[in-house]
Design a protein around this ligand. Structure first.
Ligand code: ADP
Ligand code: MG
Length: 398
């Protein structure tokens, strides 16, 4: 791995360290409704403060599009961050190098929403220089923002000695283990609603994994491309040609594609609807495929038992509505058990995937669960994330 970490920073006592974090937490009725992202900052911020740095956190909040407002002020997040850190957190609304110098050594401050400056999303070199003037060193700890080339994620990373924070480091190492240089065989589960949203993921994976397991609404598009009648299922019939091309590419690469041969069908998507388990060739015109069937799920569990590495994005069925969560829950529990036994490295990501793993009660048993959303999917597509690339190319001496 070519990026530098906090271990490479040397003595940072009294130094000003800019740390890009993801503080973009959801707020409901004025309260932070999920502090996962705040908790992810603790390791890096505490370590830097304990090592005597003046820590200035850079982050965006919402989509203010260059316009400052109280609603989008990061001041709203400061008390929550302080609570999670168990330390005082200061707030700096206007960036001046003096204001940062005046912070006591070992203290943490949050800088106002970087997106209040239109130069942030434009990756304006002037704004990147303004940010760089606030610090001596730069740490990027926000993998979830690393797919965006913005001033605080990319521009500034070329102007100061740059390092990966602990959360960023953990994420990059986990992803490297999963698809960079994984133990084989490797299985990928790709599910979710639509093929069209994950075409690039599928194209990237067929050349890299040994088993491609397709579930969810996406499986319907593949089944339909093969001439299976899918009734009223969610299905993108216009993507039949694309699905065929992916199957051909998989064949060429020696990747085994697993499509379900039995499915759970119903005429309505509602909790505890009347269901039927059907062979894929026996779906009626008024039925919807809402989960993969028990025999297919069982076969997939057997596939995972032969694998050393698993990457998972997308649920296998409409898991929010029981009983269409059954296959997802069963396969997630199998992956978790194999991981606990030490025979499988399991990495998962995606908003609904994380929710599904939590629903199955196994998120903590996976080797790594990414909450990065867009950045995780771009990584699954094999794209180079600008924020990560900037860390890897930076060799400015600390
Ligand atoms: P992620 O957020 O993890 O990337 P997606 O957003 O691609 O996942 O897909 C999740 C959605 O796909 C869920 O809302 C789920 O209900 C839906 N889904 C999965 N299987 C089906 C299906 N057979 N029919 C309709 N919707 C499905
Ligand atoms: Mg989703």
């Amino acid at each position: 791995m070519r990026f530098r970490t906090l271990d490479d920073m040397g003595d940072i006592g009294g130094k000003r360290v800019l740390v890009r974090e993801d503080l973009n937490v959801p707020i409901m009725d004025g309260k932070i409704s999920d502090d996962t992202r705040l908790r992810a900052t603790v390791e890096t911020l505490s370590e830097l403060a304990d090592r005597g740095a003046k820590v200035l956190v850079l982050a965006h909040f919402g989509r203010p599009k260059g316009i400052a407002s109280g609603e989008n002020s990061l001041m709203r997040i400061v008390p929550g961050l302080a609570a999670v850190l168990g330390r005082e957190v200061a707030f700096i609304s206007q960036g001046s190098p003096e204001a940062v110098l005046a912070l006591p050594d070992g203290s943490i401050a949050v800088f106002e929403n970087t997106r209040f400056n239109a130069g942030e999303e434009a990756n304006d070199p002037l704004f990147a220089r303004e940010l760089a003037a606030l610090g001596d060193l730069y740490v990027n700890d926000a993998f979830s923002a690393a797919h965006r080339a913005h001033a605080s994620t990319e521009g500034v990373a070329h102007l100061l000695p740059a390092f990966a924070g602990r959360a960023m480091q953990a994420e990059l190492e986990a992803l490297q283990n999963a698809l960079g240089s994984p133990d084989r065989p490797v299985a990928a589960v790709v599910g979710g609603a639509k093929v069209s949203s994950k075409l690039d993921v599928l194209k990237h994976l067929v050349a890299r994994v040994d088993h491609l397991i397709i579930g969810g609404g996406m499986a319907n598009t593949f089944l339909a491309a093969r001439g299976v009648g899918v009734g009223k299922s969610l299905c993108e019939h216009d993507l039949a040609g694309t699905a065929e091309a992916i199957l051909t590419a998989a064949d060429t690469a020696g990747c085994t594609v697993h499509l379900p041969y039995d499915v759970v069908v119903a005429t309505e998507l509602k909790p505890h609807a009347a269901t039927r388990i059907a062979n894929v060739h026996e779906v009626a015109a008024d039925e919807m495929i809402l989960d993969i069937g028990p025999a297919a799920a069982e076969a997939l569990a057997d596939v995972l038992k032969t694998c050393r590495t698993l990457v998972w994005n997308g649920p296998l069925g409409a898991f929010e509505t029981p009983p269409f969560d059954a296959a997802t829950v069963m396969l997630a529990r199998t992956a978790a058990a194999l991981t606990r036994e030490g025979s499988l490295v399991s990495v998962a990501g995606g908003g609904d995937t994380v929710a599904a793993l939590n629903h199955a009660g196994v998120a903590d048993d996976f080797s790594f669960v990414s909450t990065a959303g867009g950045a995780f999917l771009e990584w699954m597509e094999g794209r180079i994330l600008p924020g990560v690339a900037a860390l890897e190319s930076n060799r400015i001496n600390a």
